[in-house]
Design a protein around this ligand. Structure first.
Ligand code: AHR
Length: 503
């Protein structure tokens, strides 16, 4: 089987905002406690943060981490997580039916972000609280000093303000599962008022308003239109979320799901354009896809805790999906979609980062390791920076419920003019056929392959565990070549590849 791709230096989509390689960390399950924070762990630093986890995080060079939720934020009092630890209250977390010790709050998270070299993206609670909480939190975090909240921050040990730029106006407010769930108009008014107050403090903040929790919500896509009609002039991004699952054990349909993702993005992009036109606005609003990942492996085992059968445990194992090789392909496809829609998607956060539906797993007191999906995320974040190319792809394909034709070869291309590299991320969705793929390189100087990484496995079900940490891992690729202005590569059945060229 053969596929052809044309890459032309001048046919570009958009510069890729680095922040599409962001991540999300919620006070949920073991994401924070025994995830990033475990004071008794042999690798813990002076702040109690796990060094082994910090290293795995640092290696991905994550530009931004969204915090503290998620559903958790909709009943969270940020003030519970500041001041002397021994005086912080234990609270019931209604979203996940657990107890929250508040041992980690904004100070500890900010210090950890500095350690791993990432930027904070904070969410305010627009579920159980509102404008007042948001303006106070903002003053605490960003005001230099000389006011009640900023002086309290200084008293609590942090002299300099953190100057957090990105702020989420609540989380998934369209979802009836959310504490303080609202209808679109109600939420739109509250979000607009909150945004106005926050901008009175600082006009340069980047504000993110809630879009739909997923494209199957009954209120979608009217939700986006109504919310944007209220908030268009006051926000910079609309937040979308989507999780992917292979519940019917149908790999072909599963791997076609990024069509659904691209339709979702395109629909909301049109809604943004519609509201912009209606308001005769000159400004642009973009998409912050601040929760995405595969999520289904742990659904069954989580049921009891979420229904409250275990009482109110602190940091139980929740949403601990163990990812397999098939999920590597899905995550590679999702990232390809974000690169292709880099014209409208300016922030995206893999959900989540550690233990909870995450590329990094830990054992309490034990090791931390990379799950299978760590690798496509790693390659995209490290090598997917630059300008997205508008590739022309000709590949045989198949029919699925998500599109008339899903090409077997899914590819994205990134040109980094700064370091003179050209990187392709390729997924072969075919179960049995190797696909000979030829990429015509137009307008690029003679190039040579500088890196080629391949992920394949004899079993789609293969996983990495504490004792078999590299069962699914990338291997150096072979057989790709460049000559006569063309890159030729063989894509084995069910494979993910990253090929990097230097001009
Ligand atoms: O990431 C897990 C949960 O998924 C988040 O708390 C919520 O925002 C979404 O429904």
């Amino acid at each position: 089987m053969r596929a052809t791709v044309t890459a032309h230096k001048d046919y570009t989509i958009s510069p890729i905002d680095d922040r599409v390689y962001g991540a999300f960390l919620e006070h949920l399950g073991r994401a924070v406690y025994t995830g990033i924070y475990e004071p008794d762990h042999p690798t813990a630093d002076k702040d109690g943060m796990r060094g082994d986890v910090a290293k795995l995080v640092k290696d991905i060079n994550i530009p931004v981490v969204r915090y503290p939720g998620g559903n958790f934020v909709s009943a969270y009092n940020w003030e519970d997580g500041i001041g002397p630890r021994e005086q912080r209250p234990v609270r019931l977390d209604l979203a996940w039916h657990t107890s929250e010790s508040n041992a980690v709050g904004v100070h500890e998270f900010a210090d950890w972000c500095a350690t791993v070299g990432t930027e904070m993206m904070l969410a305010v609670n627009l579920g159980s609280r509102g404008v007042d909480e948001a303006r106070n939190f903002l003053e605490y975090v960003n005001h230099p000093g000389g006011s009640y909240w900023s002086d309290l921050r200084i008293k609590n040990g942090r002299k300099e303000p953190w100057n957090v730029k990105m702020w989420c106006l609540g989380n998934e407010m369209d979802g009836p599962w959310q504490v303080g769930h609202k209808d679109a108009a109600e939420y739109g008014k509250l979000a607009a008022n909150t945004a106005r107050a926050m901008r009175m403090f600082d006009k340069s903040l980047e504000l993110i308003v809630c879009g739909s929790s997923n494209s199957d919500m009954p209120s979608y896509p009217d939700w986006e239109r109504i919310v944007l009609e209220h908030t268009y002039d006051h926000v910079d991004h609309i937040s979308l979320h989507m999780y992917f699952a292979n519940r019917e054990k149908n790999t072909a349909n599963y791997l076609a799901l990024n069509h659904k993702l691209e339709t979702y993005i395109e629909t909301v992009a049109s809604t943004i354009r519609q509201v912009k036109a209606k308001r005769k606005s000159k400004r642009d609003v973009y998409i912050s896809f601040d929760e995405w990942n595969v999520w289904y492996h742990s659904n069954q085992q989580d049921r009891k805790i979420l229904e409250g059968a275990g009482g109110w445990p602190h940091a139980p194992g929740l949403l601990e999906d163990i990812y397999n090789f098939e999920d590597v392909l899905m995550v590679g496809l999702i990232l390809n979609s974000f690169i292709r829609r880099s014209d409208v998607v300016k922030i995206a956060c893999i959900a989540q980062l550690v233990n909870v539906i995450a590329p990094i797993m830990t054992e309490k007191g034990g090791p931390a390791w990379a799950q299978t999906i760590y690798y496509p995320y790693y390659f995209a974040s490290i090598y997917g920076r630059g300008t997205a190319l508008n590739l022309v792809v000709n590949s045989p394909g198949y029919e699925s419920p998500h599109a008339e034709k899903t090409p077997y070869v899914d590819v994205s291309g990134v040109h980094n003019e700064q370091d003179g590299t050209l990187t392709f991320f390729l997924v072969n969705r075919h179960a049995t056929e190797t696909i000979e793929t030829e990429v015509s390189l137009e307008g690029f100087a003679a190039a040579q392959i500088v890196d080629h990484q391949v992920m394949t496995h004899t079993s789609l079900e293969a996983v990495n565990t504490a004792t078999k940490q590299t069962e699914v891992a990338p291997k150096k690729g072979s057989g790709a070549s460049v000559g006569g202005g063309k890159l030729s590569a063989k894509l084995p059945p069910y494979s993910y590849q990253m090929i990097r060229l230097k001009a």
